[in-house]
Write a protein that binds this ligand. Structure first.
Ligand code: I3P
Length: 459
């Protein structure tokens, strides 16, 4: 199967320029995937209608909510905009500072890399902070450069809110969209999944999907922004399953092995003894070999899930979990992620238990091999905590009549993905986090009761 199918245009979906309906507006207010929209920033922008700076927004433009994105040079989490970035002289020094910044390693949906959030043009001009008008009037407007608005009176809170997050996934995948929504690069596979999920038991656990739209000549999935309802969210991306590559990738690599130097370099960066002597001499490893190595280094093989990245409300971002393997290591990462807050773990456990139940009744889940999909954990200081099932780019329908258990070992040909096994391990891991915390015992028994109740109800 090709990585992405034919790119359908919006015409294929009869969606050209169709505005969102009230229903979809209501839906997207509830939750979303990858960015954060700043209402107070919008108000600030609306007040700054008298700016006389060259290229400054007009009155009408200024009412649009601007969204800041930063182009990284490598992949990696979006780097939070720091105070000094805003206070530095913009021309020259700012560009230099941003382009040399430690916008570190890779990129989430939660957000997955800043490159992912930028138009092709932005990607070309690396290291420039830009503001994008979120309301599409149909006119072609140039992107606003930061230098035109650098004197805007952003408060510290507003600055902190100006962040995109992308913790995993491919660069160049995301664009800002209308308030509370994002655009994700078109994937035929993912569209098909979202279309089927409209009628499925999993619907309330996946991001809102509003169809396919076209922007700047490219097709995108229009999706709810999962971060939109949070205030300074903390976000973690956990990739689910015991296998992160498709069986067909394995077959392809066997038939036509294509050693890749970029994967070889990524491997050596983590473990110089990782490659075999032959791989060292050819300075390349095949994709399945790299993916299998990643699985064995991390907790994918041992626990059926792995932590991909974390973005915390203080702006710190980590994607260096390639060697986070043991249950105890994972427990420690979760504990740090929630700052020892047992109530947050309690909310996560409750939501994960609901997801587990829904998966067990989902026709979609039974009929699909779920590879490379993540659970996205989001919480903030208000006590809001959610988990969403995201990323269906490599989730593949089984032949008619075939189904998967999702909790039996994978053997080539059976297409099992170990998703449910991983989820059970994740639940147990979170229970350990909570039982090692102060209120642990109490809460774990609550979860047990919840499971028992659901089982009884199901009989
Ligand atoms: C990447 C990660 C991605 C994978 C990508 C890998 O490795 O496993 O899931 O994309 O393959 O390089 P890492 O996490 O170590 O950066 P897919 O899931 O789409 O296969 P790619 O380089 O072929 O895009």
């Amino acid at each position: 199967m090709p990585k992405e199918g034919r790119r359908k245009t919006s015409k294929d979906f009869g969606l050209s320029g169709t505005p969102l309906t009230e229903g979809s507006r209501a839906e997207r207010r509830t939750a979303g995937k990858s960015s954060q929209i700043c209402d107070d920033l919008a108000q600030t922008a609306a007040q700054i209608t008298t700016s006389s700076a060259a290229g400054a927004p007009t009155v009408m433009d200024a009412r649009r909510v601007p969204q800041v994105t930063i182009t990284p040079e490598g992949g990696g989490c979006s780097r939070e905009i720091q105070q000094e970035d805003w206070e530095d002289p913009v021309v020259g020094p700012l560009r230099r500072k941003l382009s040399n910044s430690s916008i570190s390693s890779t990129g989430s949906s939660v957000v997955e890399s800043e490159d992912d959030l930028l138009s092709d043009n932005e990607s070309k001009s690396k290291g420039i902070v830009t503001l994008e008008p979120l309301v599409d009037t149909g006119e072609s407007k140039p992107w606003w450069k930061l230098k035109t608005i650098v004197h805007w009176p952003f408060s510290a809170t507003q600055r902190r809110k100006l962040s995109w997050v992308q913790l995993a996934g491919h660069k160049g995948n995301f664009k800002a969209a209308d308030e509370g929504t994002i655009l994700k690069k078109f994937s035929e596979n993912e569209v098909q999944c979202f279309e089927k999920l409209r009628e499925d038991a999993l619907l309330s656990f996946v991001p809102g999907y509003h169809g396919v739209v076209e922007k700047d000549g490219e097709s995108f999935l229009h999706m709810t922004d999962l971060l939109a309802t949070f205030d300074l969210p903390n976000v973690m991306d956990c990739k689910m399953g015991v296998r992160t590559y498709l069986e067909e990738e394995l077959v392809r690599a066997r038939e036509r092995p294509k050693p890749r130097e970029d994967l070889y370099r990524k491997m050596v960066e983590v473990d110089s003894d990782g490659p075999t002597p032959q791989e060292h001499s050819q300075r390349g490893v095949t994709k399945p070999r790299y993916m299998q190595w990643r699985e064995s280094m991390s907790s994918t093989n041992t626990l059926g899930f792995r932590i991909e990245g974390i973005k915390k409300c203080d702006g710190t971002c980590r994607t260096d979990f390639k060697k986070t393997r043991s249950r105890q290591d994972v427990i420690q990462v979760f504990r740090d992620f929630v700052g020892g807050d047992v109530d947050t773990i309690k909310s996560y456990l409750s939501r994960l238990t609901d997801i587990q139940q829904a998966l067990k009744t989902s026709d979609f889940f039974r009929q699909h091999e779920v590879i490379g999909s993540s659970l996205l954990f989001i919480h903030d200081h208000t006590g809001n905590a959610q988990v969403w099932i995201i990323d269906f780019g490599k989730t593949t329908a089984l032949p008619e009549g075939q189904t998967l258990n999702h909790d039996i070992p994978w053997q080539e040909g059976n297409r099992e993905d170990g998703y449910l096994w991983g989820l059970e391990n994740l639940l147990q891991t979170l229970k350990s986090v909570c039982s090692e915390g102060t209120a642990g015992e109490t809460f774990c028994s609550v979860t047990k009761e919840k499971n028992q109740t659901t089982e009884t109800e199901g009989q």
